[in-house]
Design a protein around this ligand. Sequence first.
Ligand SMILES: *Cc1c(COP(=O)(O)O)cnc(C)c1O
Length: 354
Amino acid sequence: MSSNDLAEKIVDLRSDTVTRPTPAMRRAMAEAEVGDDVYGEDPTVNRLENRAAEIFGREAALFVPTGSMGNLLAIKTWTRPGMEVICERRAHIANYELASISAIAGCMPYTAPAPGGILTWELIEPLIRPNVYYYAQTGLIELENTSNMHGGTVYPPDVTDEICERAHAAGLPIHLDGARIFNAAVALGRDVSEITRHFDSVMFCLSKGLGAPVGSMLVGSQEFIRKARMSRKLLGGGMRQVGVLAAAGLVALEETPKLLHRDHENARYLAESLAQIPGISIDAKAAVTNIVIFSVAETGLSAATICEELARQGILCGPRDKFTIRMVTHYDVDRAGIDRALAAMRALLVKTPA
Ligand SMILES: *Cc1c(COP(=O)(O)O)cnc(C)c1O
């Protein structure tokens, strides 16, 4: 078996970051017009930034190498060292970004657990610090939509609208980690511009379900993006002929959102089928986008053990914690791949006495 045949047999549900660039992306990369982006002279980067700003109805946008850097630039721009950032307990910024919020921006995350990862103003308000000199002051509120570690859940627009309105009334800026905001928009049947319009800044990833090999975007006001661009350079993120990457990002931005509904249908099918397997517990109706998280506690096996066993069959997924597993659908996994994953899971759990 060639390594290509083997690669085709693998069903990789670890993340939507594993997508490979499409032929259209590779063509666009090969043909991209480029210049030195630190001089603002890369026409393809400029096109990507203008188009992202236009799609989100904002003044400006910035191409960044990663979503983590985009979030960090937003946090640095909105806060001063010594401030707190309010976010949900499982938020990406508080768990999966190496504490850059503290190590680099000098801030503390102040978290609240929320059912399904969906914060409300009632959960946020008690975390806002009174203006007493010995308290760290609240510098920023951050929401994540969709919520990665809660299984791709989506904020109802009236909830985000209310949080933004109250945050502003309290004099606080609000940043959206919209790594998968296009998945949220598809699930809601709304435009990204509409569901993000009250946030002061938005980060979204080109490199997740949209399928670009590299890159995320930060969008906001001209003034916000000017500051974020300086911080990007400060962190060593000033890139040169990066139009070769922006070209793939443009294809991802224009072409992939209309395909995301398929990933959502596959995720729902996966969730509903998993729910039928003895030992697995999952609320299949909660799988509204492309992330499926389920408990294997009743199997008597740990999530890590199950993931290792599945990997032997070419089915890749990851434990979220000791007894829960996360599977993420994307355009490189089709319905047949999902069926292979389900068959491997059934074989494993039927064979192993609980
Ligand atoms: C993936 C992700 C990011 C950023 O990821 P990078 O790997 O740094 O590009 C940020 N927030 C959420 C919710 C994510 O899922």
